[in-house]
Write a protein that binds this ligand. Sequence first.
Ligand SMILES: Cc1cc2nc3c(=O)[nH]c(=O)nc-3n(C[C@H](O)[C@H](O)[C@H](O)COP(=O)(O)O)c2cc1C
Length: 223
Amino acid sequence: MNPITQTKPLDVPSAIAQRRAIKTFKSDAIAPELLKQLVELTVAAPSSYNLQDWRIILVQDEAQKAALSAAAWNQQQIVQAPVTFVFAADAAGAKKDLTPIYNQGLQTGAWTESTVNYFKTAIPQYQAGLGEKTREYAIKDAMIAATHLVLAAQSLGLSTCFMNGWIEDKVKEVIGAANDPDLAIAVLVPVGYAAEPRLNPGRLPLASNVFVDRIGNPYEGNA
Ligand SMILES: Cc1cc2nc3c(=O)[nH]c(=O)nc-3n(C[C@H](O)[C@H](O)[C@H](O)COP(=O)(O)O)c2cc1C
């Protein structure tokens, strides 16, 4: 377990400002209760219709980490960090039994029977309209959850690296999903204690990629 335990979580703006893509991790383990807190903050993310169609695999076993790293062009963060979250997305998530989701909404009082009845019709219709984009929409949900993880980890004294550098079929093989055509890999996120600091590579001036009302009308920060 890491001897450095951060007692006070960073606030959200500080976590955003201090987060960096960390390329080298210590092998120090993450305390089980801290990992559980991270997982809970990750799945607190919102999703379209509250489908929660992410499938999150915590890769911790040494052999599994080595196989996952091999599927990711041998990127060493995965081998070094105590855990890598694989964010997969189930493009067929909306076709699964949604009763537990409906029941929970009813139990909390967030949804009424009429909301649930509306969802029972609206969700299949919406998904049918998406066609092949169901994959893209499931990936959006998974990416939002991954962003929750990254900021929660930073707030709680851990570091992360979003990772796109991997071969999807190989990652699916490692997590045991090779035969599931509906499962897409969204992103990999190793989590652990940084072995070295990283500098912020900076961001473009706002006016180059933030616009007001229409693309081409640059946001200058005073509108
Ligand atoms: C979706 C995504 C995929 C990325 N994939 C990788 C990766 O495979 N390997 C890696 O070392 N860094 C990866 N990065 C890290 C980026 O290079 C890094 O976030 C960017 O240079 C900005 O630096 P910062 O995160 O420290 O602000 C990825 C970042 C994002 C958001």
